[in-house]
Every structure is written in structure tokens, then in C-alpha cells.
Design a protein around this ligand. Structure first.
Ligand code: SF4
Length: 310
């Protein structure tokens, strides 16, 4: 079932004389109970896309539909429900938790705002959540500074779960953690997905982690989706030169690296190249690439925006 759909979604920011097209005509679907991986270099628009999905920022154009309804046309009550149904897990577990609050109050914050649970029921729910994310009940009275980065991320995940969300947007949730802790948090996210039937949007620059957790993958470059399809299709048969470049930069044990080198610098988002936005760096660029913008096309299981791919 389609849970969340982005339809031709754009977000432009004005910076004095310039316009930054942070997200430019993005169409994506998040299926219920599945994970969409959104991957690309920093500044490609993936975090802005995540924030638009949260419904806090309004898009410049296009639509976001949750269970078929445009989230920006919802009544006040339904909008509130939406904001509980879609939660965020942030990149930085150090700054995303209020240092003056105990773990118990941090986890219960969303429930307290909802005002539907109190007293023993509130305490029982917090207890259940803290244990589900792998912390101990005696840690509920402690403060964020008493925890490691991985533990703080677990607290952030418990806080997101407390309001019974259907979709969690995880924006680089492991990139601030030690490598040894990253796998533990990924395993936790997977087991919570199975237990609660959650859907995820997993935003990351880390291709290996996106492959590990995603069912469907979208590759972004300068505000646009350049390749979109099932995990298997994208990882086994990457077709867009940018995706292939990203993949070739990931070391695979036992395989000789067949590295594609990029030429040129990343263009300024305030002065985007005409035609294909990747043409200034693409090793396969042809003359028409600097004139014509390629459409995202292909079969429904695998779409590619490149003139050289049919
Ligand atoms: Fe490279 Fe041209 Fe394809 Fe763009 S359209 S990715 S420049 S070959």
C-alpha cells in the first residue's frame, strides 16, 4: 500500500539575488512497512526532501500525499494526527536531546503533547519503549550527557516511537556514531520495523548502509532524482553514471576496484548547469547533455534520468 507520495515536489530558497533549487520536481513513493533509501552527496537536497515530508516546511510546488490526502490541505485536527504519524530521527544525537530533561521525560514528550496518556500508563509505555531500544529502566532518571552517542540515538528512536508513528524519517541517523555502534543501531531499526510495521525513509550518503536497510532506493543529485528503483535493481544493475560513480567508490572485499573518476567540481546550487545537471562531471557526457535535461524514465521497477540509457 502506498503510504506517502511526493508528486513533482519542489522547494526553492531565495538567497538575496539567487534562487537555490534545493528540491526540483521530485516524485517518490514510500510503501507501507517498507524502507525508501534516499542517497546522494551532501547538499543534493535529500535532507530538504525529508523535512518537506515532515510537513513543517511548505513546498514551492507539487504535492505530498499521505494515504492519498494532500498533507497541506488537512484540517487542523488531521494535521496534528499527521505530525504524530510521521516522526524524525536526527543525525546528531548530541544536540537533538534537551540536556535538562530526564530520559523518561524526553521519551514521553510527544505523549505529553498529545495529552492522551498519563500516570501509570505513561510510565509503563516509557518503560516498555526504553527496553525495546536496548536501554535499562534504571536509566530513565538520567540526563542525556550521561550517555554515549549510540545510547542517545536509542533515546531519540524511543522518543520517535512513543507517539505510535507509521513512518519514521531517519536523516543520517548513524553518521555521527562510531563504526562499531553503527551496525547495532541499524539492527535495532530493522527489528523495530518488523515489530511495529513501520515504514522508513532512510536518508544517507552511505551506500552500504542504504543497501543494507532499503527496499527501494532513490539517488539524488543537485535536487533531482537521477535513478530510482528496487534495491536489487539499483545495486545489481546501476545505470546512471552518477550512481555508478558512487558505487565504484565503495570498496568491496575481494573485488578489484573498477573506479570511475569524476571530472570537474560540484556545480553551485545557485547556478545550476543547463541540460543534465551532472554533465559538468560526467565522464560520458555528449554535446546534447549540456542542452537537454534527461527525463526520469524506464520501467516502474527502475527509472533512470540519462540520455544514454533507454
Ligand atoms: Fe552523463 Fe549525459 Fe547521462 Fe547526464 S545525460 S548522466 S551528462 S551521459
Amino acid at each position: 500500500m502506498e503510504l506517502l507520495q511526493l508528486r513533482d515536489l519542489s522547494k526553492y530558497f531565495s538567497t538575496g539575488k539567487h534562487v537555490v533549487k534545493a528540491v526540483d520536481g521530485v516524485t517518490l513513493t514510500v510503501e507501507s512497512g517498507k524502507t525508501l533509501g534516499l542517497v546522494g552527496e551532501s547538499g543534493c537536497g535529500k535532507s530538504t526532501t525529508g523535512r518537506l515530508m515532515l510537513g513543517i516546511n511548505k513546498p514551492t510546488s507539487g504535492e505530498i500525499r499521505f494515504k492519498g490526502r494532500n498533507i497541506h490541505s488537512l484540517s487542523k485536527v488531521d494535521k496534528k494526527r499527521y505530525h504524530h504519524s510521521v516522526q524524525m530521527v536526527f543525525q546528531d544525537p548530541y544536540s537533538s536531546l534537551d540536556p535538562r530533561m530526564t530520559v523518561e521525560n524526553i521519551i514521553a514528550e510527544g505523549m505529553d503533547v498529545q495529552g492522551t496518556v498519563s500516570g501509570q500508563e505513561r510510565r509503563d509505555r516509557v518503560l516498555d519503549l526504553v527496553q525495546r531500544v536496548g536501554l535499562r529502566k534504571d536509566q530513565l532518571t538520567r540526563f542525556p550527557h550521561e550517555f554515549s552517542g549510540g545510547q542517545r540515538q536509542r533515546i531519540g528512536i524511543a522518543r520517535a516511537l512513543a507517539v505510535n508513528p507509521e513512518l519514521i524519517i531517519a536523516d543520517e541517523p548513524i553518521s555521527a556514531l562510531d563504526v562499531s555502534i553503527q551496525a547495532q543501531v541499524m539492527t535495532l531499526l530493522q527489528s523495530l520495523q518488523a515489530d511495529f510495521g513501520l515504514s522508513y525513509v532512510f536518508i544517507s550518503h552511505d551506500l552500504a548502509m542504504v543497501e543494507y536497510i532499503s527496499d527501494v532506493v532513490a539517488v539524488m543529485y543537485l535536487g533531482k532524482i537521477v535513478e530510482y528503483g528496487s534495491r536489487q535493481e539499483i545495486y545489481d544493475h546501476p545505470q546512471h553514471p552518477y550512481t555508478r560513480t558512487l558505487m565504484s567508490a565503495v570498496p568491496v572485499i575481494g573485488k578489484k576496484a573498477d573506479r570511475i573518476r569524476l571530472t570537474g567540481d560540484v556545480p553551485s546550487p545557485t547556478n545550476l548547469p543547463k541540460g543534465c545537471r551532472f554533465h559538468t562531471r560526467c565522464p560520458f557526457a555528449e554535446e546534447r547533455c549540456s542542452r537537454e535535461q534527461p527525463e526520469l524514465k524506464g520501467n516502474p521497477g527502475h527509472l533512470v534520468a540519462c540520455h544514454l540509457v533507454n
